[in-house]
Design a protein around this ligand. Structure first.
Ligand code: ZN
Length: 614
């Protein structure tokens, strides 16, 4: 029994190791399920493909960028291993592979040199010199077939270079023994349009493992990327839309001996790169497949033909550019106006960068210019907080670019600019500041909107600590309440507690610190809004007043604590908080103007406009 169990384990391990597993069609079918319109787009592409007449004698070189996404050193494959894969692609697609002689004689009339070459990119999308290899360390153990994390920096992968201009190949540990996959033309997002290969089946040296150790996984997947289907059409005797490949029953594994007959053919073309045989047993594309490859380029991947990715470039003496925009970002809610862009400047030049002009605008309107001065060595960066830009509406495109590095003409303008789409809400950025005293546990606070909805609150505070919270508040009125459970306020017998609400942008103070015992309530309004009037059973006189104001209302507080009148100016800012004594207050030291008076008891709220005229 024990022996049988051992045998079973042994057998299944061998099967796992031998079964070729390409994920391209599984991803394609999943994409069709969630994007039914894609099927229609791809069938239009198929019609064009059928009609396509190949222009003979075309040679093209496709720029390749390889993203090595690794967790451990073993997965961080060498440049030599990457180059070995490029060599295989170049040989296989031009039929200069040394095993081409293995093609059986009866297939020789149809096999092809596709006239496709590949280079490791010599210049990046921004026109900077590159070796075409990006290395990104990740904390992800392995990437699954149906995930997209590998395609994004932010998700532990590596973000694609312009997929219309480059063939992006990601090399990483893939889950569940899948060798790799490709995205067919018009079958997915542009950010995911490329090829993913397991690091143990990439290239011919280093980590490459038998029987998929001769770089044919990438040849096969790049074939899919060029719109080639599996040679058996993923169906029993299915259609691969190529006339010169025999119909065959299914994928062949391992190595076969010609003729291997199925579906009444005169032999499967198991040595075709689009079959499933071992790397050592495949060696050919056909003329029909070449037509499909070129059709996919002419009808869908046209950007490759004009890409300058394979053209070497040199580093200019003076060359600067914006490499990223940190703020605004959509993780925080940005107030519509103004925004403060935070950007990263990089010196791409050979000489130190000392001056550059930064131009920035929103939606291409009214540029603002910032003169940067400093000293950045080659490839050094500086984070810059630019001055305010005002904006209207909620959806924006921020453009930031550099000009005149070191007062000279910019040789490479393609790396100057960064853009960012961001959304914002209408409102103003305000900061709530609270400094606690020696008994912070007695302190609590709450920030409410005019309808008493809580925006934020705080308790369980730490002694003698400054809390600063930023909020983007809509142009409305607000109430800030601070409490001390012990009734001794928080200044200044046991520490120097204080509070305020200020503008984060301009030097405006909306709520000022006042001494209190158990509680204090402050009101403030933003953007010229005023509190909604509430004046039931409430009379003030005279109005206009020269300063003395009588309040005719029931102002008894249940616990006999004093009642305050709060005066807000026409900007909605609190200008006075004064105790009502014998139904009277004195406003004579306020300037002439229009104000709002606000009086709150435990059950009632009085808000009314008053005019001071002395
Ligand atoms: Zn495949």
């Amino acid at each position: 029994m024990k022996q049988l169990f051992f045998l079973f384990l042994f057998t299944s391990t061998i099967l796992l190791a031998q079964e070729k597993n390409c994920g391209s069609n599984l991803r394609l079918n999943k994409y069709y399920k969630t994007n039914p319109e894609a099927k229609k787009i791809r069938s239009t592409l198929e019609e064009k493909t059928t009609k396509f007449q190949i222009q003979k004698e075309i040679n093209t070189t496709i720029p390749v960028v390889v993203h090595v996404v690794y967790k451990n050193g073993n997965e961080n494959i060498s440049n030599a291993q990457i180059q070995s894969q490029l060599d295989v692609l170049n040989k296989d697609f031009t039929r200069t592979n040394t095993d081409a002689f293995n093609t059986p004689a009866d297939f020789l009339p149809v096999v092809s040199n596709t006239q496709i070459n590949f280079c490791l990119a010599q210049q990046s999308p921004k026109g900077n010199p590159t070796n075409g290899i990006i290395r990104k360390q990740t904390t992800t153990n392995s990437f699954p077939l149906f995930g997209n994390a590998i395609y994004y920096d932010s998700l532990g992968g590596s973000t694609a270079w312009n997929t219309q201009k480059y063939l992006n190949i990601w090399v990483a540990e893939i889950e569940n023994g899948i060798l790799g996959w490709a995205q067919f033309p018009a079958a997915g997002d542009t950010n995911t349009d490329g090829v993913v290969i397991d690091f143990e089946h990439f290239g011919t040296i280093g980590t490459a493992i038998y029987p998929y150790d001769l770089g044919r996984t990438a040849t096969h997947e790049v074939g899919h990327w060029f719109n080639l289907y599996h040679i058996w059409g993923d169906n029993s005797c299915g259609n691969d839309y190529v006339n010169d490949t025999p119909i065959q029953e299914q994928g062949n594994f391992g190595c076969k001996i010609h003729p291997h007959i199925s579906c009444n053919n005169s032999g499967d073309m198991f040595m075709n790169f689009m079959d499933y045989t071992n790397d050592a047993c495949m060696n050919s594309f056909t003329e029909g497949q070449k037509d499909r490859i070129w059709s996919s380029i002419s009808n869908w991947r046209t950007g490759l033909l004009t890409s300058n990715g394979c053209v070497p470039t040199t580093i200019p003496n003076s060359d600067a550019g914006i490499i990223s925009i940190i703020e605004p970002n959509n993780q925080n809610s940005n107030c519509a106006s103004p925004i403060y862009p935070k950007v990263v400047l990089k010196n791409y030049g050979l000489t130190n960068l000392n001056t550059v002009t930064i131009e920035y605008n929103i939606n291409n309107n009214n540029s603002t210019y910032y003169s940067w001065n400093g000293d950045l060595e080659t490839n050094e960066q500086d984070t810059i907080l630019l001055s305010a830009l005002s904006s209207t509406g909620t959806s924006h495109l921020l453009n930031v670019s550099t000009q005149n590095p070191n007062n000279s003409t910019d040789i490479n303008p393609s790396n100057d600019k960064e853009t960012k789409i961001f959304s914002s809400i209408s409102g103003e950025q305000v900061q709530l500041n609270i400094m606690t005293d020696n008994y912070a546990l007695e302190t609590s606070w709450i920030l409410l909107d005019q309808n008493n909805n809580t925006i934020d609150s705080g308790d369980s505070l730490t002694n003698n600590t400054l809390y600063q919270n930023n909020y983007c508040l809509a142009y409305e009125c607000y109430k800030f309440v601070i409490n001390d459970s012990h009734g001794d306020g928080f200044c200044c017998n046991f520490g120097n507690g204080n509070f305020s609400v200020t503008s984060s942008i301009v030097n405006n103070q909306y709520v000022q610190n006042v001494p209190f015992t158990f509680t204090d309530t402050s009101y403030f309004c933003l953007g010229n809004t005023i509190l909604t009037e509430k004046n039931e059973s409430f009379k003030i006189h005279p109005n206009p007043t020269n300063g003395n104001l009588w309040i005719n209302a029931d102002l008894t507080h249940n616990n006999n604590t004093p009642i305050f009148a709060r005066i807000l100016n026409n900007l909605g800012q609190s200008v006075l908080s004064t105790k009502i004594v014998n139904n009277k207050i004195d406003l004579s030291h306020l300037n002439n103007g229009v104000y709002q008076i606000l009086i709150e008891t435990e059950t009632k709220q009085y808000i009314h406009k008053i005019i001071i005229q002395k």
